[in-house]
Write a protein that binds this ligand. Structure first.
Ligand SMILES: NC(=O)c1ccc[n+]([C@@H]2O[C@H](COP(=O)([O-])OP(=O)(O)OC[C@H]3O[C@@H](n4cnc5c(N)ncnc54)[C@H](OP(=O)(O)O)[C@@H]3O)[C@@H](O)[C@H]2O)c1
Length: 336
């Protein structure tokens, strides 16, 4: 199969390209090289999709693609790609996100949740309109390729090795390195029933490649095995072999102390307090599983995300979680 990956230099696109090479396909990646390198074994074409002719090197008259995988979040990039590639490609896989949904309050939800309005214009200026931008991208894909030649994969939280956001690595890393020393107490949100899941980047990549081979079409939530925050934190603790105390603090208290939800500086990752977002991790992914998505135990994802965190520690500051000083201060306030 001749596969074109628009991307291929960052976490997921790279994993898709590597998986496709491992399965014996002829893979071309197009990216600038700002995010990293393309994996070994691919033909890497450097191109800038913000330029009108940025895809010229992969859309010549001799270029025919069995499938194209696109990970962009910019509506203009996707519109230009669809116009140029529709005559040349049999099948299009677009990686979207659960952020396209207008409502995140439900439990055990699926692809029928209403979408945000599409972003107007060509460029998403910042992440505050990420969901709207992806809705516009999805619409451009479906308009060009139709529902029988396109697969839209609405990914949930993607974790595992290469997760530069640090969200999937935080908990196993923290349990391995408590702020107060080995087997010291670890602060967790007292919110164990919050629905949450993580899809391993390697499982998502493998499924997407199998979908290009089978030309699977449709719109799918591509998420990990449904779990809870409590379940995930327990799995991370098991992976780290932590035997010390686990100190659960109420969400209201954590917010009062300035602890952020989900990600970023001074955060407790994977935790969502905002009632309007608490269903973000509640999509079941049943349709994708029926279409062949298989996922490994989350303990494997945590083990390898933690190894990635350990390896990058010296040069690359952690992008989420609490500093040791902050966590010790909060544990002191709680008398732990
Ligand atoms: N991380 C999560 O938890 C999560 C959750 C839900 C959905 N998603 C979605 O999953 C996908 C993740 O994909 P990813 O990890 O491969 O990529 P990514 O981090 O979104 O990176 C974008 C890719 O596009 C390339 N790119 C960006 N601007 C470009 C330009 N102007 N011209 C050419 N190429 C350009 C980048 O390469 P260069 O910079 O090298 O050009 C990179 O390979 C995205 O679609 C994301 O929206 C992620």
């Amino acid at each position: 199969m001749r596969l074109l990956v628009l991307g291929g230099t960052a976490m997921l696109g790279r994993a898709v390209a590597a998986e496709a090479v491992a399965r014996g396909h002829d893979v071309t990646c197009l990216a600038r090289g700002v995010s990293g390198d393309a994996p070994d074994g691919v033909r890497w074409v450097r191109g800038d999709r913000d330029l009108a002719d940025g895809l010229a090197a992969v859309t010549g008259p001799e270029d025919q693609w069995d499938a194209v995988v696109d990970v962009s979040r910019q509506p203009g990039q996707v519109r230009r790609a669809m116009a140029a590639l529709e005559p040349l490609a049999r099948h299009l896989v677009f990686v979207s996100t659960g952020n396209v949904y207008a409502v995140h309050a439900g439990l055990a939800t699926d692809e029928s949740v209403p979408l945000l309005p599409p972003l107007e214009g060509e460029v998403m200026e910042d992440m505050s309109t990420y969901g709207e931008a992806k809705v516009a991208c999805e619409a451009a894909v479906l308009e060009a390729f139709g529902t029988d030649r396109a697969l839209i994969a609405r990914a949930g939280l993607i974790g595992g090795p290469g997760d530069a956001s640090g969200r999937s690595g935080w908990w196993p890393w923290r349990f391995a390195h408590p702020a107060g020393g080995p087997d010291g107490p670890v602060l967790v949100p007292d919110d164990p029933e919050l629905p949450m899941s993580i899809i391993d980047v390697r499982d998502l990549a493998a499924w997407l490649v199998r979908c290009t081979e089978a030309r699977t079409a449709g719109v799918f939530d591509a998420v990990g095995q449904p779990d809870t925050l409590g379940g995930l934190i327990s799995a991370a603790r098991e992976v780290a072999g932590h035997d010390g105390p686990v100190v659960a603090a109420s969400p209201a208290w954590l917010l009062e102390q300035g602890v952020q939800e989900w990600m970023g500086e001074d955060s407790l990752p994977l935790w969502i307090a905002d009632p309007e977002w608490r269903g973000f991790g509640a999509h079941t992914g049943a349709a994708a599983r029926a279409a062949g998505l298989t996922t490994r135990p989350v303990t494997e994802t945590f083990r390898d995300a933690a190894a990635y965190e350990e390896a990058r520690e010296a040069t690359d500051p952690r992008r989420c979680g609490l500093t040791d000083d902050t966590e010790r201060r909060l544990l002191d306030l709680l008398g732990s």
